[in-house]
Design a protein around this ligand. Structure first.
Ligand code: BTN
Length: 240
């Protein structure tokens, strides 16, 4: 497994996507950086991470479409892989907030950004970007964020964790076609706020109440609304 370690880069996802265009890379090539200067989050947001304290890395999965039968299978397997590694470290109260935020004690400790590129031969390569807050202690101005260190009050070895996560990712993605149901069950059983009434916002900032009942195979959030109707919402259609 090739691990490219950088000192500083704008975004490990962008770097790996570009490198994959220029060179023939092997499956599960990893790019990690000490400092990420323009980290990208979901929906055009930024991912800010204190240099040297956390993990910010990307993993290339070649011809990923052969692994999954629906578009969201990869997200599910990736989120579950991160969750499993954190479970093995005994991090308490872990959840996955739809679509793939990693929470501990209801605070965001990790995020996942998956980007697909269609190649000239029509196959799809996937770059899985993972940001995990590990040893950072100061989250001023980010009240809903935290880190492993703040939760369990100890430091973690970044290289050890990176290797553990990439190995888990590789093992789970290789098993994806066979163990898809298992990953989905695990994803749903850790889904943040499932079966609990909560407030949402639509794109016009109208608030409404609903209960999360699950996630559809194409990755939409399934809700029961106050009038008992069932509706699904895509990432661009709802905020929670
Ligand atoms: C999110 O929660 O919005 C997703 C955050 C993903 C951040 C990671 S850090 C490594 C990789 N490179 C990026 O630019 N983004 C992802």
């Amino acid at each position: 497994m090739l691990v490219i370690k950088l000192n500083a880069i704008d975004s490990t996802n962008d770097y790996l996507k570009q490198l994959n265009k220029e060179k023939t890379l092997s499956d599960y090539t990893v790019v990690t950086t000490f400092s990420q200067t323009k980290g990208k989050g979901q929906m055009g947001s930024n991912w800010i991470s204190e240099p040297g304290k956390n993990l910010t890395f990307s993993v290339l999965v070649k011809d990923s479409v052969t692994l999954q039968s629906s578009i969201f299978d990869c997200n599910v397997a990736v989120a579950v892989s991160v969750l499993e590694v954190l479970q093995s470290l005994k991090i308490p109260n872990l959840n996955i907030k739809w679509p793939n935020d990693i929470l501990a004690e209801s605070k965001k400790i990790g995020g996942i950004l998956i980007e697909n590129s269609i190649k000239a031969d029509g196959m799809i390569d996937t770059v899985i970007g993972i940001g995990l807050n590990i040893n950072q202690e100061d989250f001023s101005g980010l009240p809903s964020a935290s880190s492993l260190k703040n939760i369990v009050e100890k430091d973690f070895d970044l290289e050890f964790l990176l290797e553990k996560i990439v190995n888990q990712l590789k093992s789970n993605l290789n098993k994806l076609p066979l163990r898809k149901e298992f990953f989905w069950e695990k994803y749903k059983s850790h889904l943040f706020k499932i079966n609990q009434p909560m407030a949402f916002e639509d794109l016009n900032q109208n608030r409404f109440m609903g209960i999360i009942t699950g996630v559809s195979s194409d990755g939409k959030l399934e809700l029961v609304l106050e009038d008992d109707s069932c509706q699904t919402f895509g990432l661009k259609e709802i905020r929670m």
